[in-house]
Design a binder for this molecule. Structure first.
Ligand SMILES: NC(=O)c1ccc[n+]([C@@H]2O[C@H](COP(=O)([O-])OP(=O)(O)OC[C@H]3O[C@@H](n4cnc5c(N)ncnc54)[C@H](O)[C@@H]3O)[C@@H](O)[C@H]2O)c1
Length: 245
């Protein structure tokens, strides 16, 4: 059943896969022949999606190291390996720097940055042992430029970009590639948190619109697959031209 497609038989773990971009990636990857495992904290949505796709769902708070160890052990026991890790789970908080509490800053960093670190820390040894693997870390345009009213989010996404490069250099000789994706405005529940600002930013985007989650999923598919075999440690921007302004 999974013998054809651009990800034929690849075992893929997608964090934050219950909705939004992660769910779009789960659907596309499954269609392309992958054996998909969705992990999230939104259990009802994640389980419903897994049932509809015929894939696996696991509860995983990406900021919890013990939870990572347990989910990855399950995957390796069931599948024998992990070929692709999409570190996609994330949260957004919209506050000026002087209005951002330490608790809020640390919560955003724990999920968006520490979560990515723990994911790579837990999965990469299995990939290196197998001598192959692709890790895709979802950063943001806010990890390339300044982001007003999003100091914690911006810090967390710049950290993802930096960790991606360190990991890429360290893992390269073991056959494991690591890249970051930097989306602009993508129509998901998270973008709704930007409220009226989303429309304004979309209008001033050169392509004149926001993106659908499927458009990001197609870039993640390229990076997950062997088609991107010579790319590692790189930033892949998908922003309708915003960063060119
Ligand atoms: N939507 C955008 O415009 C945009 C732009 C740039 C980057 N991003 C990034 O894209 C990624 C996906 O976001 P999205 O737009 O699909 O948003 P979303 O809010 O729809 O999805 C995020 C998912 O992450 C999950 N999640 C949150 N905390 C978690 C935790 N502790 N452990 C596990 N899962 C957790 C959520 O439950 C949700 O399913 C995020 O990393 C986000 O920062 C989004």
């Amino acid at each position: 059943m999974n013998s054809a497609g651009r990800l034929a038989d690849k075992v893929c773990l997608i964090t934050g896969g219950a909705r939004g971009q992660g769910a779009a990636e789960a659907r596309l990857f499954q269609r392309e022949g992958a054996r998909v495992w969705i992990a999230d904290v939104l259990d009802a949505e994640g389980e419903d999606l897994a049932v509809s796709l015929g894939c696996e769902y696991r509860h995983l708070d990406v900021s919890n190291e013990a939870a990572w160890v347990s989910v990855v052990a399950d995957m390796v026991a069931d599948e024998g390996r992990i070929d692709v890790l999409i570190n996609n789970a994330g949260i957004f908080r919209n506050n000026r720097l002087v209005e951002t509490s330490l608790t809020e800053f640390e919560q955003v960093m724990a999920i968006n940055s520490t979560g990515v670190f723990l994911g790579m820390r837990t999965v990469a040894p299995h990939m290196m042992e197998a001598g192959k693997g692709s890790i895709v870390n979802i950063s943001s345009l806010a990890g390339l430029r300044g982001a007003a009213r999003a100091v914690a989010y911006g810090a967390s996404k710049w950290a993802v970009r930096g960790m991606t490069k360190t990991a890429a250099i360290e893992f390269a000789r073991h056959g494991v590639r690591v890249n970051s994706i930097h989306p602009g405005i993508i129509e998901t529940p998270m973008a709704e948190q930007l409220g009226v600002g989303t429309d304004r930013i979309a209008r001033r985007t050169p392509l004149g619109r926001s993106a659908d989650a499927d458009e990001v999923a197609r870039m993640a598919l390229f990076l997950a697959s062997d088609e991107s075999s010579y790319s590692t440690g790189s930033e892949f921007i998908i922003d309708g031209g915003l960063n060119a302004l």
